[in-house]
Design a protein around this ligand. Structure first.
Ligand code: DX5
Ligand code: ZN
Length: 237
């Protein structure tokens, strides 16, 4: 049982929570996926965001746990699995075993979300909960004690390169909930994050950012990661 932290410690923890860029693997050249992930780490990526899709929860299918398992030993940075799957309780252990430190399940796919998050922690992972654009922040009010990471979808899941859906009130509401909870929880934004959208999301309270199509448009990904990071840090200052 995690004890709530002193309000002052919460304030310091939230303000100083590091800005992190987590490239999505979706736009990568899947014929060279391992090399692409290694290059992203060399370019300064803080995490690799594995978009896992089962073709049922979303109309697309991507990589299985064996792909992550084969690439994981070649990376030193954090791997996070975003499970866009109908059976997250069955699938989550596979990606933890494959070497993902954080596994995120959609609230919309979990009948017993509290148990699903606790199971991820019991297996040694950091637990993440994902909210689709239509899902209210209040959905996770009673599972914050089981949560290490919140992923806010700013596109409807399934594909990269979609139009950004602004949800700044929702991000701010989640930040207020987290701050009041006494827990250190990352708030991550996923979908349409670019140099023009990351600032407002950081100002609203997010500290981790998935970027797929926008980051892969940069010829020099190190430049892209540096630019996105500096915009987010400036917006928070
Ligand atoms: C969509 C995925 C996102 C997406 C982000 O279902 O969860 O991670 O790949 O891609 P961009 O940054 O292109 O919106
Ligand atoms: Zn994702």
């Amino acid at each position: 049982m995690r004890l709530a932290r002193h309000p002052l410690a919460i304030m310091v923890a939230r303000v100083n929570r590091p800005i992190e860029i987590a490239p999505s693997i979706l736009p990568a050249d899947f014929a060279r996926l391992g090399e692409e992930c290694i290059d992203l780490e060399k370019a300064g990526a803080h995490r690799i965001h594995w978009d896992v899709m089962d073709g049922v929860f979303v109309p697309n299918i991507t990589v299985g746990p064996d792909v992550v398992k084969s690439i994981r030993p070649h990376l030193t940075i954090h791997c996070e699995a975003h499970l866009m799957v109908m059976k997250p309780d069955e699938i989550a252990p596979l990606y933890l075993a494959a070497g993902c430190e954080t596994v995120m399940v959609h609230a919309e796919a979990c009948t017993h979300l509290h148990r699903s998050l606790n199971n991820i922690r019991t297996l040694g992972g950091r637990s993440g909960v994902v909210l689709n654009p239509h899902t209210p922040a209040s959905t996770i009010q009673h599972v914050l004690d089981q949560t290490d990471h919140i992923l806010v979808m700013t596109v409807n899941p399934g594909f990269g390169g979609q139009a950004y859906i602004p949800l700044l009130d929702k991000i701010a509401e989640l930040k207020a909930m987290v701050d009041a909870s006494g827990y250190e929880i990352d708030i991550e934004i996923d979908g349409g994050i670019s140099a023009t959208t990351i600032g407002e999301c950081a100002a609203a309270g997010a500290n981790v950012f998935v970027s797929g199509s926008a980051l892969f448009k940069y010829d020099d990904k190190a430049e892209g990661i540096a630019e996105l990071t500096s915009i987010a840090e400036a917006a928070r200052a």
